[in-house]
Design a binder for this molecule. Structure first.
Ligand code: ZN
Length: 117
């Protein structure tokens, strides 16, 4: 749990479909495509996140945190709406505006780095 809070974690508040009295996090990433936060278990570290071997990209796309068992993580799909890639986010970086923040990073990156085009 984060920072001694007893209610929903910061990353859970305001997410679609997440009530204020959020039930305990699901253990493990088995159902990660539902875009809900989950509690990382050791098996999650071995999945080919982003198509790379042995969880080398099982990290928060904002702060770079490498997820460890016990962490809260969430995968967010773009669903083609913003035409940018899906991402993983940690509890500290998550929030109701996370998709908008990601889109700003993505647009800025495409402007700065030719290889993102
Ligand atoms: Zn983060």
């Amino acid at each position: 749990m984060g920072k001694g809070t007893t209610g929903p974690l910061p990353g859970q508040r305001g997410l679609p479909g997440v009530a204020e009295d959020t039930p305990p996090l699901e253990e493990g990433a088995e159902h990660f495509t539902n875009c809900r936060p989950f509690r990382v278990v050791s098996a999650d570290l071995r999945y080919p996140w982003g198509g790379f071997r042995e969880g080398s990209r099982f990290r928060c796309y904002f702060c770079g945190h490498s997820f460890k068992p016990g962490d809260q993580a969430r995968w967010q799909a773009d669903f083609g709406k913003e035409n940018c890639c899906d991402f993983l986010v940690c509890a500290e970086c998550d929030g109701p505006d996370v998709v908008a923040r990601w889109h700003r990073h993505y647009v800025d990156g495409k402007r700065r780095f030719w290889w993102m085009g």
